[in-house]
Structure formats: C-alpha cells, structure tokens
Design a protein around this ligand. Structure first.
Ligand SMILES: Cc1cc2nc3c(=O)[nH]c(=O)nc-3n(C[C@H](O)[C@H](O)[C@H](O)COP(=O)(O)O)c2cc1C
Length: 181
C-alpha cells in the first residue's frame, strides 16, 4: 500500500508517534511518507490507498490548523483513514467530530486512538518518569500500526458531548476568553 501520514506537532510527541507508525508500516513492506501539515497547502491523496492523521489534543479538541487541514482534505471515494492523537489525559471533542468531516468527504474511517504522553503542562510535585511514559506510548503506537494493517482497529463512537466540546473549544467565545484582542 501507499500510505501518507499527515502530522502536526508542537513539542514532538505526535511526531514520535507518527515516526513509530511509519516504522511499522515500512517494516511490513508498505510505502509510507510522513508529511507535516504545516508544509502542505492543498493535500493530494489521489495516489494513496490509506492516509493517517496524527496530531495533539488541545483544549479538549485540537488546534485550529489541524481542523483547517482536515476540512481541506479532498473528497474521496473510500480511501481508508486512521487517526492518532496524543494528549495528557482527556480530549472530549476530537474523535467524533473528525469522523463526521471525513465520512462526509467519502473516506472510510478505519481506526482512532488517543495516546497519553508526558508534557510540559504536568504541574504535579512528584517526579514524573517521562521516559517510561513515552516508551509506553511508542509501544502503543507500534501495536496500533500493526492492528491497522491487520484490520483490527475501529473508530471510537461519537457522542453529543464531543460535538458540544468541539464547538466550545474552537468557538469564538473560547477564543475571546483566552486571547486578548
Ligand atoms: C495549549 C495546549 C492545550 C492542551 N490541551 C489538552 C487537553 O485539553 N487535554 C489533554 O489531555 N492534553 C492537552 N494538552 C497536552 C497535549 O495534548 C500533549 O502534551 C500532546 O502530546 C502534545 O503533542 P505534541 O508534542 O505533538 O505537540 C494540551 C497542550 C497544550 C500545549
């Protein structure tokens, strides 16, 4: 298969996961390209059998540039798509809303995963073993990649709370609360 993995990363966690998924795909004989969404204006998936979306969670959803990218994906006649987001603890408004957009465009949503990772916002007093958190996350990504190729993944179900969470997180009201204009 020819697979493009589109990723966005701020502090490197999502890239770590995207790299591991790519490693498994290539090891199993597939052609895989990692593409930073910041370097793409109009994504071309026409020659791909499958695409992947890997990005961080932000404010219970994801960053506006990631939504902009997903919305800019071309229409498809059933190209398989998987997603993996990285997060500290909880997302709420990503997995279901992303599927809604991709379904509408004609993609076949085959798998979603949310992978917990360490990050610089962990403000607890006790020492955090970042290495073991990230080793575990990479392992999880590797087995997810194998499951994708073996047809064992699913896209998690959407709930109304996810839709509401995304609307709040990416809405003007929230933007106005956190950005002084
Ligand atoms: C602005 C901002 C908002 C975040 N919001 C959430 C959140 O709502 N839920 C969560 O579990 N993690 C949240 N995180 C943690 C990131 O999702 C996590 O560290 C992620 O792995 C970062 O990925 P990256 O290194 O690829 O940028 C947030 C991080 C930042 C910087």
């Amino acid at each position: 298969m020819k697979i493009n993995i589109f990723y966005f990363t701020g502090t490197g966690n999502s890239l770590l996961i995207a790299n591991e998924i790519e490693r498994v795909f290539v090891n199993r004989g597939h052609e895989c390209q990692l593409i930073n969404i910041e370097k793409v204006t109009s994504p071309d998936c026409s020659k791909c059998n499958m695409i992947g979306l890997v990005f961080p969670v932000a404010i219970q959803s994801t960053f506006p540039n990631v939504w902009k990218f997903i919305k800019a994906l071309p229409e498809s006649k059933g190209t398989k798509v998987f997603m993996a987001d990285t997060l500290m603890s909880f997302s709420g408004g990503v997995v279901g809303p992303a599927k809604k957009i991709l379904d509408k465009k004609g993609y076949e949503c085959i798998g979603s995963i949310e992978i917990k990772m360490g990050n610089s916002m962990m403000t607890v007093d006790k020492d955090i073993d970042y290495k073991s958190i990230s080793d575990k996350a990479v392992k999880e990504a590797g087995s997810y990649a194998n499951d994708i190729l073996d047809g064992k993944t699913e896209w998690a179900k959407t709930s109304i709370s996810q839709v509401l969470m995304k609307s709040f997180s990416n809405g003007r009201l929230f933007g106005r609360l956190i950005v002084k204009r």
